[in-house]
Design a protein around this ligand. Structure first.
Ligand code: DLL
Length: 441
């Protein structure tokens, strides 16, 4: 196990260092970012007002809207000629957000990701099959630099072209695969289709993230490939992948890279802090970034934190699995559900494959949810000529009842034939909001 010194320090020491770097960050933005200068001025605040870590609550929040409002480089704190890299997150609505890095930011990020890979069990000399997309998305290059820094042999295969991925896995014999969980599943499925047993490959570990996934999905991936699967979290606005990483020893929450980021959890409605262990919106403040220092960034992601020492020996704050984005939360007749919670229950039904989509409609004045699921090959042989086959009808009602009793919402279930649900090459689309389409037309 490669443990970085910071990861096992006494909490007081971690926090002391965080406070010092938080004060530096405030000075940096106050001097170099007009947006923060104005915000801090309005609140009558400067770095002197930050005497404890709790004082972070005095500081203003930053949102995606603020980044979009200053598109592309308006929140950068250094001149453009000090920026050595740009990335952008693909916005599904509105402009994307652009993020920049100085040379030192890239070095920090590289070190963060190297640590993350080691946390998942990666070792120098391992071959790392990197199927995260290369390009403006931070996944590909983030894991690439981190992998090289750790001393793994990185295969920069990027996303897509699944048959070629399989060939490379068979020929290069990687120990580690990095991709979104949905794409990993896609690869496993394609292997089976081609008569290859995914559990017989050289793979030992998987580093999966960039989208919400459930414990059941972990079990599915671990069983399919015969690997240990760990969760990696991050977002471009904060740095990219590696903001937090699950350890392979405990697989019990994601260790935040606290020497670089201060994490808070707030109630997204009142904006007040929520106690440790309770779900709320994750908020991050960067502590060492030069190009795009970010203060109290509201991620929109729902999770909780614990500061208890982990079984692996790390003392860093751990986040729970991200349940989903607030925007993806489905509210049906007052009940809130995340797609990942539905996924958890769907994956316990053996007649289904782990691909699904939720379509939101507004037929009357109330929202309705259609749950699109996909049957296994075995079931399709049974029911191919008969949509009213009793097995299909009973499967539909089993799903409906399960979702009703565990998630407390009523869904209209549509069972698709094998391959009936679109496969992802990167981040899977789980929620299709037909209510918006309706408004637009
Ligand atoms: O997805 C960075 C990344 C790349 C993370 C590779 C992990 C691996 P963005 O494209 O900016 O950055 O999207 C960030 O993705 O706010 C979450 O909503 C979601 N997300 C990222 N990791 C996880 C995860 C990258 N492990 C947004 N679980 C975030 C759940 C995740 N959601």
């Amino acid at each position: 196990m490669i443990l970085h010194q910071i990861e096992t320090k006494a909490r007081e020491m971690i926090e002391e260092e965080q406070l010092k770097n938080l004060q530096n960050t405030i000075q940096h933005v106050q001097k170099n970012v007009k947006f923060y200068q104005e915000k801090l001025h309005e609140l009558g605040l400067d770095s002197e007002d930050i005497q404890t870590l709790d004082d972070v609550r005095k500081l203003p929040f930053t949102t995606k809207k603020d980044l979009r409002g200053h598109y592309p480089f308006g929140l950068f704190a250094v001149p453009q000629d000090e920026i050595v890299r740009l990335h952008a997150s693909s916005g599904t609505s509105g402009k994307s957000t652009v993020v920049g890095y100085t040379k030192r930011d890239i070095q920090s990020w590289t070190e963060i990701v190297a640590r993350a890979i080691a946390t998942a069990g990666g070792k120098p000399g391992d071959i790392l099959h990197n199927a995260y997309g290369y390009g403006l998305f931070t996944g590909g290059l983030g894991l690439h630099y981190g992998g090289e820094e750790l001393g793994t042999t990185v295969v920069p295969v990027s996303g897509g072209n699944t048959d070629r991925q399989i060939e490379i896995i068979q020929d290069f014999k990687p120990a580690l695969i990095c991709s979104t969980p949905s794409y990993a599943l896609n690869i496993a499925e394609r292997m089976v289709e081609r008569g290859i047993d995914p559990s017989k490959t050289s793979l030992k570990y998987g580093i999966f993230g960039a989208e919400p996934w459930s414990e059941e999905m972990r079990k599915t991936l671990e069983a399919a490939f015969g690997i240990k699967a760990c969760d990696i979290y991050g977002l471009s606005e904060v740095i990219g992948p590696g903001v937090s990483m699950e350890c392979h020893e405990a697989q019990s929450g994601l260790h935040v890279a606290e020497d670089h980021f201060l994490v808070e959890v707030i109630d997204p409605y009142t904006l007040e802090p929520v106690p440790d262990g309770e779900d709320g919106e994750l908020v991050f403040t960067s502590l060492k970034k030069e190009a795009l220092p970010i203060i109290r960034y509201r991620t929109g992601d729902i999770s909780s934190i614990t500061r208890e020492t982990c079984r692996c020996g790390r003392t860093t704050t751990r986040m729970g699995r991200v349940k989903g984005r607030i925007d993806d939360m489905i509210i049906v007749r007052g009940v809130n559900v995340f797609p990942s919670e539905i996924e958890h229950h769907l994956l316990q039904i053996p007649e289904l494959v782990p691909h699904y989509q939720l379509h939101l409609h507004r037929k009357t004045s109330l929202d309705e949810v259609e749950l699109h699921v996909e049957m296994t090959e075995e079931l399709s042989h049974l029911t191919s000529n008969d949509h009213n086959h009793p097995s299909l009808i009973s499967l539909q009602s089993e799903i409906k009842e399960r979702i009703k009793s565990f998630c407390l919402i009523t869904v209209d279930v549509k069972v698709h034939p094998p391959k009936g649900i679109e496969r992802s090459q990167g981040k899977a689309v789980r929620v299709v909001d037909k209510r918006i389409e309706k408004q637009l037309h």
